[in-house]
Design a protein around this ligand. Structure first.
Ligand SMILES: Cc1cc2nc3c(=O)[nH]c(=O)nc-3n(C[C@H](O)[C@H](O)[C@H](O)COP(=O)(O)O)c2cc1C
Length: 162
């Protein structure tokens, strides 16, 4: 007998998984892009791995698959407005970066100057199953701009999950 999923219970429970709010950066040739990501966690100490799920139909998903790299910027607790910029539709690809100064790291990926900091990752694995791709990245560079309290999804009133 196949199991029956209680979808209401599933939604309530999955929304209790705590999440941060990050800006993922990607670059392909002259093109840069970034988007708000909350489905992010650490996956290994040694080597240092991070795991991130990215909408299969998003612009950035294709760029990550083609270039094999991405950055993750850690927002400060008072940067909810910046997170909103990075999930709203943009005029042209990369346009969201008009709202925030950045530099390119050693891997050529955007690192937001006003974030607490950011890491650059090389893709070491992925799972293509469902409406998001689960990417596993090995952390190759880390830039700490300042230490502080990070933005958490629970503090924003937004939901992404369930
Ligand atoms: C609170 C919040 C969290 C989000 N988390 C993710 C996420 O973890 N992964 C993802 O692919 N999209 C996430 N999104 C949606 C993307 O930010 C959004 O689809 C974005 O427009 C994708 O940009 P792109 O198409 O330019 O790559 C989230 C949106 C919100 C509002």
């Amino acid at each position: 007998m196949s199991p029956s999923l209680n979808t209401d219970a599933k939604k309530t429970l999955l929304r209790k998984i705590p999440h941060g709010v990050f800006i993922c950066g990607v670059a392909e040739g002259e093109v840069i892009n970034g988007f708000t990501a909350s489905w992010v966690t650490q996956g290994s100490f040694e080597p240092p791995l991070v795991v991130m799920a990215v909408r299969a139909d998003s612009t950035s998903n294709g760029i990550i698959q083609r270039t094999g790299r991405f950055s993750l910027n850690v927002l400060a607790a008072d940067q909810k407005d910046l997170a909103a910029v990075f999930f709203k539709p943009q005029k042209g690809i990369g346009g969201r970066f008009d709202a925030a100064p950045y530099n390119l790291g050693e891997l050529g990926l955007p690192l937001l100057s006003d974030a607490l900091g950011g890491v650059e990752c090389e893709l070491v694995g992925q799972v293509n199953h469902g409406d998001h791709t689960v990417f596993v990245g090995e952390v190759k560079t880390a830039q700490l701009n300042r230490d502080g309290v990070a933005l958490e999804l629970s503090a924003t009133g937004w939901t992404y999950g369930g």
